[in-house]
Design a protein around this ligand. Structure first.
Ligand code: FAD
Length: 414
């Protein structure tokens, strides 16, 4: 009997799909990266493990510089019709009802979009997927999970599990925008330094008019209290309510009707009358990857850094990561730029901002929410009041919380 000669190893390579940039994850960060690269004429593929962009209730705030970026991508008009403009945000003392208000209209001399857009993150991801598919048909692959990759001097060979096969994709670069549990981060052996808070955060969404129970509530409200602070955020169809929970209560109890009723009783005095359409529990981390670059594999968004949601910086800073990164990839792939130098600079710039701004500010924002002092003014409230009364300090505060300051700092990092 004749034994077939073994197939030469290179044969399989002919069947490989080839792209310039493989993006892992079709969340807001991956889709922004892919669409911006595609618009620059770079051949991209997005692989997403799920069957579509999930309708999860996480980010809903887009800050002014992110809106500037979306305008440049040509998608802002489509987003605006799906969101709400929120120029004003408030800090409130839950017990005294005292309000400290900031108005981003004060930034209209430097910003074309001096407001937050309250718009759920899945609306952005889905819009960008549609745009990307129109520009590069077939470039978004749902039910495609990255299951491994190897890199050599010239590129990355990735294995992707599809419903019917393991496919091989060869790319010049891989962007790991695959979220908090990033496989790209794990396979590159990158440490994810930081800590996890003991309490989980509970988010509830309701169409009930919460504003009836407060004086002058706006669309973005941070309500400080030493026992149970909360965030009240408006999106077009719902109020979203975010509260911390006690670490000794089980998930089941926290997601029960009884717990929902108790949270909403404290806000509206009639919890059972308030129906919710979503209830989700989140673990909250403060972590930054030790490096955002491992050769040709780049980390961005939640894969690279995690923070508490107070201030709305997670998704926004992830989008700012890929704004920086895609510009450098364009320079490398289109203009023959120096790959090592440019990608090392990406790592330096965005990792430093993750530490100096995103981590520092979100930890501080959480401390402020917890700093209630009953009816009395807390130290934080006194500080904020003095900021709001001083023109120069108020402007600096607005520039920092709107994220313009962090982008200016990033540009100065060599
Ligand atoms: C309660 C809450 C409120 C928040 N509010 C805000 C806010 O107002 N503003 C803000 O800026 N941020 C906010 N955030 C943070 C924000 O949700 C995240 O920062 C954002 O989702 C990160 O986007 P991403 O694209 O990096 O990751 P993700 O949105 O997590 O997307 C990652 C994608 O990768 C896919 N994936 C994972 N592994 C693989 C694999 N091996 N192969 C293929 N696909 C894979 C996943 O299925 C997923 O679709 C909030 C977070 C929480 C929990």
């Amino acid at each position: 009997m004749e034994i077939a000669a073994p197939r030469p190893k290179t044969e399989g390579l002919n069947l490989m799909k080839r792209v310039q940039v493989l993006v892992v994850g079709a969340g807001p960060v991956g889709t922004t990266a892919a669409y911006r690269l595609a618009k620059a004429g770079i051949d991209v593929m997005v692989v997403e493990a799920l069957a579509g962009c999930p309708e999860d209730m996480r980010a809903s705030t887009m800050h002014p510089p992110t809106l500037d970026m979306m305008a440049e991508l040509g998608v802002l008009e489509d987003l605006e019709v799906q969101g709400l403009r929120a120029p004003v945000y408030q800090y409130r003392n839950r017990r005294s009802g005292e309000v400290i208000e900031f108005d981003m209209a004060e930034l209209s001399d430097i910003s074309r979009h001096p407001y937050r857009l309250q718009c759920e993150q899945f609306k952005l991801s889905r819009l960008l997927v549609r745009k990307l598919e129109a520009l590069q048909p077939g470039s978004v692959r749902f039910l495609h999970r990255l299951v491994g990759f190897e890199q050599d001097a010239d590129g990355i060979t990735a294995q992707v599990e599809t419903p019917f096969a393991i496919e091989t994709i060869r790319a010049d670069y891989v962007i790991g925008a695959d979220g908090a549990n990033s496989s790209v981060r794990k396979w590159t052996g990158t440490e994810f330094e930081g800590f996890t808070y003991p309490e989980r955060f509970l988010t509830l969404s309701t169409a009930y008019p919460i504003e009836k129970h407060f004086d002058r509530l706006v669309s973005v409200n941070y309500v400080a209290d030493v026992e149970e602070w909360c965030v009240l955020l408006r999106v077009p169809a719902f109020w979203r309510i975010l509260v911390p929970t006690h670490s000794d209560v089980t998930d089941e109890e926290l997601l029960s009707d009884a717990y929902k009723d108790s949270v909403l009783d404290r806000l509206t005095h009639n919890g059972p009358a308030v129906a919710t359409s979503h209830r989700t529990l989140y673990r909250v981390h403060q972590r930054v990857a030790k490096s955002f670059r491992s050769g040709r594999a780049l980390l961005a968004g939640d894969a690279a850094h995690l923070n508490n949601p107070l201030g709305g910086f997670g998704m926004n800073s992830g989008i700012h990561d890929v704004w920086n990164l895609t510009e450098k990839l364009r320079e490398i792939l289109k203009d023959g730029g120096d790959g090592d130098a440019l990608l090392d600079r990406y790592d330096r710039q965005r990792r430093q901002i993750a530490h100096s701004f995103v981590q520092t500010q979100t930890i501080e924002n959480k401390r402020m929410m917890e700093s209630g002092n009953g009816e009395q003014r807390s130290e934080m409230e006194i500080q904020l009041e003095s900021v709001v009364k001083d023109d120069a300090r108020r402007r600096a505060y607005l520039l920092r919380q709107s994220m313009y300051q962090s982008l200016a700092e990033e540009a100065g990092i060599g």
